[in-house]
Ligand binder design. Structure first.
Ligand code: SF4
Length: 246
């Protein structure tokens, strides 16, 4: 099957998923209550699929939809409001040539990702942005389905520790090497020739305190750009140790 068909199948399964009753109930409750600023909006209130370029070589993995962001707009990192994580991330992607505009406001705002696909470890907004381990585990199939539909991915950027751990499970489940550890900017060369890069999550808590600055996230995406510019290495069949760079 072709990438568009596989992505379409993954999208259908994600949108209709009901595995996590706690998260489904929370998303629907948020959609009924609404935030005052969005009182006139009809919330998406369903699980949120990834989006982006079907030929992407860069995969970006976030944590989960925000209750009044992607759970409202139906698109990852979209509608988080001024100063929110969506605009912070999209500005960085735009500066580094992975997005055509620097903001992410609505699903019909014209945003297009270039050579990048944006997804998350969990597809339903969790209370307090804290999914339970069993919910992360239940959602792993959806991440894998999207990943399997994107055959050109060579670099994965994981935003935050939960996304990083989900990415490690996705990428390294069958290797014998020690598991990579999270740290902003750490780069892990994987046995199959791909590279995993860790980045702090662009949450307000991180960006408003200076824990994650535009310069810091730019460094991650410019490194991803640099790696993708290289000729692709053939996949190695043998499991090898991870090479860790800080
Ligand atoms: S979090 Fe994932 S597995 Fe759980 S209901 Fe939502 S889409 Fe399904």
């Amino acid at each position: 099957m072709t990438t568009p068909i596989l992505l379409s199948l993954a999208r259908s399964r994600i949108i209709s998923c009901t595995r996590c009753s706690r998260l489904r109930a929370y998303c629907r409750a948020i959609a009924r209550q609404k935030r005052r600023a969005y009182r006139g909006d009809t919330y998406w209130a369903r699980p949120v699929p990834g989006f982006g370029d079907p030929k992407a070589r860069l995969l970006i993995v976030g944590l989960a939809p925000a209750a009044h962001g992607a759970n409202r707009t139906g698109r990852m990192f979209t509608g988080d409001g001024p100063g929110g994580s969506g605009d912070f991330l999209m500005a960085a992607l735009h500066r580094n040539g992975f997005a055509n505009i620097a903001t992410s406001d609505r699903a019909d705002d014209g945003l297009q990702l270039r050579d990048a696909f944006l997804t998350a470890a969990v597809r339903c907004a969790p209370p307090a942005n804290k999914p339970r381990p069993e919910e992360i585990g239940a959602c792993a199939d959806h991440l894998r389905a999207e990943f399997d539909a994107l055959p050109r991915v060579g670099v994965v950027v994981a935003l935050g520790r939960i996304a990083f751990d989900a990415s490690v499970r996705l990428l390294a489940a069958r290797t014998e090497a020690p598991r990579p550890s999270f740290g902003h900017g750490r780069e892990h060369a994987l046995p199959d020739g791909r590279t995993l890069i860790a980045c702090y999550h662009p949450s307000r808590q991180n960006t408003h305190t200076g824990r994650l600055t535009p310069a810091m996230i730019d460094k991650v995406f410019s490194r991803a750009r640099q790696l993708l510019g290289r000729p692709r290495r053939p996949a190695q069949r043998r499991a090898v140790s991870y090479r860790l760079k800080r």
